[in-house]
Design a protein around this ligand. Structure first.
Ligand code: NI
Length: 182
């Protein structure tokens, strides 16, 4: 599995392309890619990954929120493949919270996102799903949809002051945990 998945990093043009729709969801290559992405994202403590990050410019992402050392406060969910996703409507209220990206190692940022979104996507069985996401999972969905448009979280940051190194971010997390325990 390790040999199959190679993450491309910021600067690679594939991350800046608009990805093409997936035509045949049930094709074995698509199903295998979904399996590989789900295994990989969990192994590297990610909460989401998109096909362009493994050099495949197609509209396929995996959302796999779960608490882990990179995102200790992430809620549990079943890893979900979202194919040809679209955001149908967005709440007016925005929330700023921390994001990172497997393609931008060592960097974190405070990113404003819509708190609640109504979305539509094709699942791995080929069915159209319409559902609502809120808070952290809505954030992941918006981050992954951006990847399919050639955008990364840094493009959404309001001010460079909101960009942190991973090390400084981890220090903030520790301080936050310490004050929670008091
Ligand atoms: Ni990302």
């Amino acid at each position: 599995m390790d040999e199959k998945i190679q993450i491309v990093q910021l600067g690679n043009p594939v991350l800046r392309q608009k990805a093409l729709p997936v035509k045949h969801v049930l094709d074995i290559e698509i199903q295998n890619l979904i399996d590989d992405l789900i295994l990989f994202v969990q192994k590297v403590n990610g909460v989401g990954i998109s096909a362009p990050q493994v050099n495949k410019s197609i509209r396929l992402s995996v959302i796999a929120s779960h608490p882990n050392p990179r995102y200790p406060y992430a809620p549990y969910m079943k890893p979900t493949a979202v194919i040809n996703p679209r955001i149908i409507s967005r709440s007016k209220d925005m929330v700023k919270d921390w994001e990172g990206c497997l393609s931008i190692p060592g960097v974190r940022g405070l990113v404003p996102r819509h708190k609640t979104i109504m979305v539509e996507y094709t699942n791995r069985q080929g069915r159209i799903i319409r559902t609502e996401y809120t808070d952290f999972v809505a954030r992941i969905f918006q981050h992954e949809c951006d990847h399919l448009e050639g955008l990364v979280f840094l493009d959404r940051i309001e001010n460079n002051i909101d960009i942190f190194s991973e090390k400084e971010f981890q220090r903030i997390l520790k301080d936050r945990n310490r004050s929670n325990k008091k």
